[in-house]
Design a binder for this molecule. Sequence first.
Ligand code: MG
Length: 202
Amino acid sequence: MRFSSPLFFGCPAEFLGGSALLKVFCPNEMTGSLLDIDLNALAAQGIKALIIDLDNTLMGWDAEQITSQIKKWVQMVKAKGFRICIASNGLSNRVKRIAAELDVPAVPKAIKPRKRPFRLALRLLNTRSDQTAVIGDQVFTDILGGNRMNCYTILINPISRKELRSTRFMRRVERRILRRLHKKGLVQDKSYRQRLGIYKRD
Ligand SMILES: [Mg+2]
């Protein structure tokens, strides 16, 4: 089965309910933001590098600049010895500009959840998938892609409520998948409840 096929993405959540299939959407961890990630715990389990999504993970979807808080976080992560690569479905120029500002490599126009951009990122990081965490705000791109590569996956809440229309649509399916994962006890109750807030629309 090709996970990247549009047909797959059009599937109602009922068809995605099988346990084995469901697990491919399950993050290893769910936290509020990048700042909440326990880096010491990651290092203790042998994680050496982070593949990080750009929009709504490192910066707001409509933002032009990275906040100083995130810049400091990136410096701190690097100082702890982690390597970082940005993997974004966004356009080259913008992704490259931000990556240059943070002094990290990047894979733009990634078309996550395809495997290719993750393979490229692993090559740039010079790490194996079991030494690498994938961090992002979307189940169907970041988490699905990271899980397919057997990386450690961390789902964070999006920075901004502004998103592409297609992303807003996918959030509805995402919510149903997470509800099923929660029912099966595959995601932590506290993290799940914290995440539910992002699906409430004004
Ligand atoms: Mg994102």
